[in-house]
Design a protein around this ligand. Structure first.
Ligand code: ASP
Ligand code: MG
Length: 460
């Protein structure tokens, strides 16, 4: 049995959805489909929250936009009148719940993480209802089950929950087993689960991949397929590198490291639930279903090119905390990290020297991070510098740290193009080496590294 995740990028407009429905109808019997919200719907839900807080007069407009997005598809693809009526009834019920939540939010004016999570979970609920109805109207027996009614249990952390696996597996076998035995196509909304206390908790943006991995592990699926509108993992971003090529096979570790980068192929935590049962994950392109895609396994062979990919991320920046004797004085790092954590700022990486702590943050967190540190009393540092015009490059490949000369080759390729390396982080991962360059040098550096490992060396 397979678990298949259908991403929001594939659920973009009537035509694309019709193609997905064809694929499901062709091979989906007895499989579980974990679905994202229709393209853009989660954004729409989250972006409308300020308007909901501002005035209840804004609520009907928001609801009608959501209704239109789904009803256009329903009218087009649900082929029977009964099917359309049944979907309409189901959908109105879910919309009614969302409506009450939005008015409640306006009334209480309290946008708590709890409320934000429950509201943002509705996109996935709608899309699961919609797809099941479309399939059913085509004579393909299907149904959906909501994560909170089949016991997809989480640790209760809003916006960044973790699934409780053994309990979830027990619940799923009881609730989904019979449907699968009957050979139904089963849809489960991605993105969220429910805490033991009954709270809807999401897995963070892009979290449907993680949901799908949880479902695959809980049901002991043979494979988790991730359906996307791209071929799979590539050796570099094709917008920067002409010769970027598909990576046919990766290890869990390699996929997890690459997932942190801008490619947005996969939620970085998706391999966690798969590990215990060593379930493979296949990335498939729905625009080209016969293409091989990328296969992610517990381990992968080291590749002939020595590395698998050179990835990059431009949505980061550095907070440089200058203080003397950082390396020798105990407690500074703990104080700084604690202050940032309390402000809700995630530290992606840190490098310290005797005179400074360099903290790698998401670009969007730089100002909040700086403000949080400036508020420390007494200040354990002299000054703070913010570097925005930087980009992170990572080279990823199993065995990278064990084999001699890979780092040297990478850095000499970069230096050979006159690009300066600003900060290096080497060691925390067995399969990745990260460093920073100036944003304006990014394209040149990535191209140079890619050609040194994948082609004849050349500089652009
Ligand atoms: N719909 C959610 C998001 O946009 C989850 C997902 O699609 O993976 O973040
Ligand atoms: Mg995604």
């Amino acid at each position: 049995m397979k678990v298949i995740k259908v991403g929001g990028g594939c659920l973009h407009g009537k035509k694309a959805i019709a193609r997905i429905v064809d694929l499901i109808a062709a091979g989906g019997k007895g499989q579980v489909f974990v679905v994202s919200a229709l393209h853009g719907v989660t954004d729409l839900l989250l972006e409308s929250l300020p308007a909901v807080l501002e005035s209840e007069a804004n609520i009907p407009g928001i609801l009608s936009r959501l209704r239109a997005r789904h009803m256009i598809v329903a009218r087009h693809l649900i082929t029977t009148r009964r099917g359309l009526e049944n979907f309409g009834r189901d959908f109105r019920k879910s919309m009614g719940r969302l409506e009450r939540l939005l008015y409640g939010l306006n009334f209480t004016r309290e946008l708590t993480p709890r409320v934000q999570d429950v509201i943002s979970s509705f996109g996935e609920r709608f899309s699961a209802q919609l797809l099941a109805s479309i399939l059913r109207s085509r004579g393909c027996p299907s149904g959906y089950r909501m994560p909170h009614t089949i016991g997809l249990l989480t640790d209760g952390k809003f916006g960044d929950a973790t699934a409780l696996m053994p309990a979830t597996a027990r619940n799923f076998k009881a609730h989904l087993g019979p449907m699968l035995k009957e050979g139904l196509v089963v849809f489960v909304p991605g993105f969220y689960g429910v805490s033991e206390g009954g709270d809807i908790t999401t897995f963070g943006r892009g979290g449907s991949d993680y949901s799908a991995a949880v479902v695959a592990a809980a049901l002991e699926a043979e494979v988790l397929e991730i359906w996307k509108d791209v071929d799979g993992f590539l050796s570099a971003d094709p917008r920067l590198v002409d010769g970027a090529r598909l990576i046919p096979e990766l290890s869990y570790e390699e996929a997890a490291e690459l997932a942190y980068f801008g490619a947005k192929i996969l939620h970085p935590r998706s391999v966690e639930p798969l590990r215990a049962r060593r379930i493979p994950m296949a990335i498939k392109n729905t625009l080209d279903p016969e293409a091989p895609g990328s296969l992610v396994r517990p381990r992968s062979r080291t590749s002939g090119s020595l590395i698998k990919s050179v990835a990059h991320d431009t949505t980061i920046g550095i907070l440089k905390v200058h203080a003397s004797g950082v390396g020798a004085r105990p407690g500074i790092l703990v104080g700084v990290a604690g202050q940032l954590t309390a402000a809700g700022v995630n530290i992606k990486s840190v490098v310290t020297s005797q005179t400074a702590i360099s903290l790698l943050l998401a670009a969007k967190d730089l100002d909040d991070g700086r403000a949080a540190l400036m508020a420390m009393r007494p200040r354990p540092f002299r000054r703070i510098e913010v570097q925005r015009d930087v980009a992170l490059i990572g080279i990823v490949g199993e065995g990278l740290l064990r084999r001699q000369g890979i780092a040297a080759r990478c850095f000499s390729a970069v230096a050979g193009c006159g690009v300066n390396v600003e900060m290096i982080s080497f060691g925390p991962s067995q399969v990745a080496l990260y460093f920073l360059v100036r944003a304006e040098d990014l394209g040149r550096a990535v191209t140079a590294i890619h050609s040194t490992f994948f082609e004849e060396p050349r500089c652009t």
